[in-house]
Design a binder for this molecule. Structure first.
Ligand code: UDP
Length: 243
């Protein structure tokens, strides 16, 4: 019997942003390989729909610059450590994807030629055209930024149609749904409302960069099996942040 055809989508090129914590499973720290493998299968299923995929993975499961500096480290050094943490996560995702037969490239904003390709925009675009998943590592390469901003920056540079932010919940709520039973999910919300109400979708720099370039952000649950593919096919629940 042949495999059922993948559902259809109108998206051609997207950015998937996940936090480092999404890779740690139920552990309090680090990488949980079965979780990385599960997310890799989600990415593979979207690639089978013919979508070109960019990815940015955070580093918070290993190190965050802000927590380092709160404990007395020099801030920029701590941020570089955070950026290096994202490279480890990117390599773990690369390994899981290639295990499934999905071709990938890890592209680092900090030069480390033995480990990852340097970021050259035109070369990255070429990889996407050849259906390789591009995992952008080391954030923006600059301290004082986050990987949400890196995802927005690269999504703009790669001309992605939207950023898909995979989280633990199925969208943006007016208050924390883990704490408040009466929290209400937005179907749509504007960039300005996210900023004014501090809705915690992404940090303010990332939201402003998305707003100024009219790049929609779709917040969905990555815990739902088949969730990423479903959202791309227009199914399931999510919040769309747009102008
Ligand atoms: N970071 C940075 N510049 C960037 C991106 C990330 O300095 O452009 C550092 C920063 O210290 C941050 C850490 O890398 O705390 C991990 O990234 P992030 O906090 O965005 O990870 P996530 O919360 O998505 O897991």
């Amino acid at each position: 019997m042949s495999e059922p055809a993948a559902p259809k989508t109108t998206f051609k090129r997207v950015m998937l942003k996940i936090s480092g914590e999404a890779l740690m499973g139920d552990q309090g720290y680090g990488l949980h390989p079965p979780t990385v493998q599960r997310i890799a299968r989600e990415v593979q299923s979207v690639q089978e729909m013919g979508v070109e995929i960019c990815m940015v993975i955070g580093g918070g499961n290993i190190f965050r610059g802000l927590s380092g500096s709160a404990q007395g480290m020099e801030r920029t050094t701590a941020d570089y450590m955070g950026m290096l943490a994202t490279v480890m996560n990117a390599l773990a995702m690369q390994s899981a994807l290639e295990d499934l037969g999905v071709f990938t490239r890890v592209i680092s904003a900090i030069t480390m030629n033995e480990v990852a390709e340097p970021y050259i925009r035109r070369r990255a675009v070429r990889h996407l055209e050849k259906k390789r998943v591009c995992i952008f590592a080391a954030g923006t390469g600059n301290p004082y930024f986050t990987t949400d901003t890196a995802a927005t920056l690269r999504a703009n540079e790669m001309a992605c149609e939207a950023i898909f932010k995979g989280t633990k919940v199925d969208g943006v709520y007016d208050k924390d749904p883990a704490k408040f039973k009466d929290a209400v999910r937005y179907d749509h919300v504007s960039y300005d409302e996210v900023l004014q109400k501090r809705l915690g979708v992404m940090d303010a720099s990332a939201i402003a960069l998305a707003r100024d370039n009219n790049l929609p952000i779709i917040v969905f649950s990555l815990d739902e099996p088949g969730g990423f593919q479903g959202i791309l096919a227009g199914e399931g629940t999510y919040t769309k942040v747009h102008g």
